[in-house]
Design a protein around this ligand. Structure first.
Ligand code: BES
Ligand code: MN
Ligand code: MN
Length: 477
């Protein structure tokens, strides 16, 4: 049967696939930094060219934000499929943009000169590709692209005859701000899709494939606390007027109470409580919170968070507030006695169903205002947000994905959730009623967003095979 030929094509062409991935990884498509806009476009063109080689008529479409500013391009394609195709119309989504590389000095090799190397003694796992974007998300999109290539090579038909739409964006890591207008403008096209498939999440562990049936939402803000109209000598002015760093810290220290619950009034109003069934199911996954902490250099005592919930429940099913960065005063080498004119913080919230990012952001700003330190004034910035989603686990497509993973990897996938966010999923659900199945192959220790991001070839292989078999399941194998 053709699926075996597709799988053996993948096997014999794996090295070529990895080489192709390395070419893509060499393009520094950092979406948040305007300096890289040209590279971001090049990465889109690269992806479209790869799809064209698989018989897919891919376009690189320009985008604009809702304020009319130019956005990064979207790689978009529709494959009509065989006239006899009766499977679901799948929308494959991925992102070709990557996170910034800082702190650059902690990289063992150039983030945009991918290195394929074995594990070092004591390092878990096997051969890996080290580069920015290796797993998030170029490497994972590549599993799909190579599966597409394999089907075209073996059957002569794009996607082996399945009906599909492909959307690969370049702004996921900067909040998908041009995607919303794109989804709106192309709603009538996108509405013809039955389900979205994303490979941008992780497995339960090494060799333990999983389907992620939900991700959290996000509300990302920045607050600036302004005090004097100039920086001041801390000997002359310290103790006489507000120090915005001290005052901002005092306010933000109130974000959590003693039980580590978020104190913003109404924050938990729309939170859907975890069901008993879900808590039981998760318990059965036997997640080892201590081992996970150990991997990141922490003792068991570090297992802290909202009281009354396990680490897994806190990550997958509970909302959180985090300070992602604070800036103010003198941060250079040596010492400088200064009271700065202002201080700022990046504060974000991970959300669960049915929390609304806009509502949470508004409530947070109001909460800050009510705590305005004497003589100070706030500046508020709403960066971006996205809804969380939960996917029904009983759908026919879910069954197809489960079967595909089982056939491709020899193991039944675990059903997991993730604490991360992928804004497109909320948009598709909210605007078009389309659910998303997340079939990802990353590992917890892949250093996503960090120096030395990696993707292990064993994971890549499982993913490429699973995508290839899934196409077979769709076609009706
Ligand atoms: N792929 C990640 C999200 C992710 C990682 C989900 C691992 C599950 C497991 C994605 O690229 C990401 O980083 N999303 C951002 C959201 C964003 C709006 C910047 C996030 O979660 O912080
Ligand atoms: Mn990603
Ligand atoms: Mn990411």
């Amino acid at each position: 049967m053709s699926v075996d030929r597709v799988l053996s094509w993948l096997e014999s062409n794996e090295q070529a696939g990895v080489d192709r991935l390395c070419d893509w990884l060499r393009i520094p498509s950092i979406s948040t930094d305007p300096k890289f806009a040209g590279d971001v476009r090049r990465a889109a063109e690269w992806c479209a060219a790869h799809l064209r080689e698989s018989g897919v008529d891919a376009e690189v479409r320009d985008t604009t934000t809702k304020d009319g500013e130019p956005g990064h391009p979207i790689v978009y394609a529709h494959i009509e499929g065989d006239a006899s195709y009766t499977g679901p119309h799948v929308l494959f989504y991925g992102h070709y943009d990557v996170q910034p590389v800082d702190p650059i000095h902690l990289w063992e090799s150039d983030p945009f000169q991918p290195v394929v190397r074995d594990a070092r003694p004591g390092e878990p796992g096997g051969k890996r590709i080290v580069a920015r974007g290796a797993v998030d998300d170029k490497g994972q999109v590549m599993m799909f692209l190579e599966a597409m290539r394999a089907w075209k090579e073996v059957t002569g038909k794009p996607a082996g005859g399945a009906r599909m739409t492909i959307l690969i964006e370049g702004e996921e890591e900067s909040g998908s701000v041009s995607l919303e207008p794109f989804v709106k403008a192309n709603a009538s096209d996108l509405k013809t899709c039955d389900i979205c498939l994303i490979s941008d999440t992780g497995m339960l562990g090494r060799g333990k494939p999983a389907i992620t049936y939900g991700v959290r939402g996000l509300a990302y803000t920045e607050v600036v606390l302004h005090a004097s109209n100039q920086d001041l000598h801390s000997g002359l002015w310290g103790g006489r007027c507000p120090n915005p760093i001290t005052e901002l810290s005092r306010v933000l220290a109130q974000l959590h109470d003693k039980k580590r619950r978020v104190t913003i009034p109404g924050f938990y109003d729309d939170v859907v409580p975890l069901s008993k069934k879900e808590r039981e199911n998760w318990k059965k996954l036997k997640f080892n919170a201590r081992a996970a902490l150990k991997q990141i250099g922490l003792p068991p005592a570090a297992d802290i968070g909202e009281q009354g919930y396990t680490a897994m429940e806190r990550e997958w099913g509970r909302p959180t507030a985090e300070i992602n960065g604070m800036l103010g005063g003198y941060t250079g080498p040596g010492a400088k006695t200064v009271i700065p004119s202002h201080a700022s913080a990046k504060v974000s919230f991970r959300l669960v169903a049915n929390q609304d990012p806009a509502k949470v952001t508004k409530a947070f700003f109001k909460w800050c205002k009510e705590r305005t330190p004497p003589g100070c004034r706030w500046e508020f910035i709403d960066h971006h947000g996205g809804l969380g989603v939960t996917t029904p686990i009983e759908s026919p497509t879910m069954k197809r994905v489960e079967r595909a993973i089982k056939k491709a990897t020899g193991k039944s996938p675990a059903l997991i959730k993730s604490g991360g966010s992928i804004p497109v999923a909320g948009m598709l659900k909210g605007r078009l009623g389309i659910d998303t199945i997340f079939m990802g192959f990353g590992l917890d220790d892949d250093r996503v967003h960090s120096p030395n991001e990696k993707f292990e070839l064993d994971c890549y292989r499982l993913g490429a095979r699973s995508h290839a078999v899934l196409l077979h399941e769709l076609i009706g194998g």
